[in-house]
Design a protein around this ligand. Structure first.
Ligand code: NDP
Length: 434
């Protein structure tokens, strides 16, 4: 903490992981001899840069850009870009750190990294977003490449932003390097099912977790926070499995539709019109809208899927959820539960599908996009979705097995941390002190 003052989210992420790894470190004294943990928590490289751009009124705006290249032991750095006003180094480092373990869990050869900016795309015109993306890439291009570092989307970075970023990269480099970014549009190297992958993958993971404890989604009541990329496709898949989603939110407030959320309306409001979620009640007057977002965790549900942002469920919300009888939590967002909330859930026999494992479907499918780019061909939606499902089943199995091996059966939080870590640690040991 002294070394990284003020980076509270990074401290939180590291604390959780190191706690899970205690039995592993005890079993492997050779790690201590080569400072493996000390190296593991220090990024290989951090780039911070100025992003100047001109807004529609002709005024010069200056944002800050980040890329943290955390660990390349098992493959090129890989991780999304987040554009949100809350972004600072501590958030990018927490995301980059978790990304190392997540990417390892996918079983694919990708290292960990993350980037972004404190730019807020909300309320900006398409032209402003384009000018910002072009300026951002004018610096970032020298630090990335298909065999070096492959960024993707995250909060505030979707298909539109990836398109502008790719266009500028291609222009500067004067070459068509499709594998340098993932989450691309389908006409220029994107993969079918990438858009759906994180949300679908989350539901595949939770499906496996429920099945291991004799449960399924049929007729379960589900609450989802967020109404972005992850939330929308988690909602779609869980509805397909017969669950009833009664609430969703954005950062302004939440809607409750006891008859079940009509996802087409959410897609229209969020993906097409880019408007606020409260518009939903105009289409469905029986639904209700509430200002503020925390109240969503007071609703009675069997399964809670936090898919918005970090620290969405604190201890107080966790207590409310347990009181109303929640059975399982599926973390779609990164670190959506505080460490205290997770502890409380586990103590009260609530199953927790941890973000690193449960939302790894997005990056796994990004890696499948890279494979298709290398082979210069495209798989069908069904092929990609089938591969995604298999990957999520394997991630569940390895998290389950690691938890069991280290005497914490049913604790998938610890299991995912351990399973993800062991592969990276093995590669780092093989590479020597670098
Ligand atoms: P989007 O930008 O598409 O959507 C984010 C959603 O969360 C929006 O509804 C947004 O509301 C809401 N939200 C964001 N910040 C806050 C906040 N501070 N308080 C309340 N609500 C908030 O992002 P994604 O769906 O892509 O990402 C959601 C989470 O999933 C993030 O934690 C991300 O890191 C994680 N993730 C995403 C992956 C992907 O493939 N996209 C892969 C793995 C993890 P509003 O519009 O009002 O801001």
């Amino acid at each position: 903490k002294k070394r990284n003052p003020g980076e509270v989210e990074f401290h939180q992420a590291v604390e959780e992981v190191l706690h899970s790894l205690e039995p592993v470190i005890e079993k492997h004294p050779e790690y201590a001899k080569v400072g493996l943990i000390e190296r593991f928590v220090e990024p290989e490289r951090v780039v911070m840069f100025r992003v100047p751009w001109v807004d529609d009124s002709g005024k010069v705006q200056v944002n800050r850009g980040f890329r943290v290249q955390f660990n390349s032991a098992i493959g090129p750095y890989k991780g999304g870009l987040r554009f949100h006003p809350s972004v600072y180094l501590g958030i990018i480092k927490f995301l980059g750190f978790e990304q190392i373990l997540k990417n390892s869990l996918t079983g694919l050869p990708i290292g960990g990294g993350k980037g972004g900016s404190d730019f807020d795309p909300k309320g900006k015109s398409d032209e402003e977003v384009m000018r910002f993306c072009q300026s951002f890439m004018t610096e970032l291009y020298r630090h990335i490449g298909q065999d070096l570092d492959v960024p993707a989307g995250d909060i505030g970075v979707g298909a539109r932003e990836i398109g502008y970023l790719f266009g500028q990269y291609k222009r500067i480099k004067n070459q068509y390097e499709a594998g340098v970014l993932t989450g691309k549009g389908l006409t220029y190297g994107g993969s079918l099912a990438r858009k759906e992958a994180t949300g679908f993958g989350l539901i595949y993971f939770v499906r496996e977790m429920l099945a291991a404890h004799g449960m399924d989604f049929k007729d379960k009541t589900v609450v989802i926070s967020g109404a972005g990329n992850v939330a929308i496709y988690a909602c779609q898949k869980v509805q397909e499995y017969g669950a009833k989603v009664i609430a969703m939110c954005d950062s302004s407030g939440y809607i409750v539709d006891e008859e079940g959320i009509k996802l087409d309306t959410i897609k229209q409001i969020k993906e097409v019109e880019r408007k606020r979620i409260k518009e939903y009640v105009k289409y469905h007057p029986n639904a209700q809208y509430f200002e503020g977002q925390q109240g969503i965790w007071s609703l009675k549900c069997d399964i809670a899927l936090p898919c918005a942002t970090q620290n969405d469920i604190n201890l107080e919300s966790a207590k409310k959820l347990v009181e109303t009888g929640v059975k399982a939590i599926g973390e779609g967002a990164n670190m959506p539960c505080t460490n205290e909330a997770i502890e409380y859930f586990l103590k009260n026999n609530v199953l927790v599908a941890p973000a690193k494992a449960a939302n790894a479907g997005g990056v796994a499918t990004s890696a499948l996009e890279m494979s298709q780019n290398s082979m210069r061909l495209s798989w069908t939606f069904e092929e990609v979705n089938q591969k995604l499902d298999e990957i999520m089943v394997n991630i569940f199995k390895s998290s389950q097995a690691a938890a069991k091996e280290y005497g914490m059966e049913g604790n998938y939080v610890a299991g995912a941390n351990i399973a993800g870590f062991l592969k990276v640690a093995d590669a780092m040991m093989a590479h020597g002190i670098v």
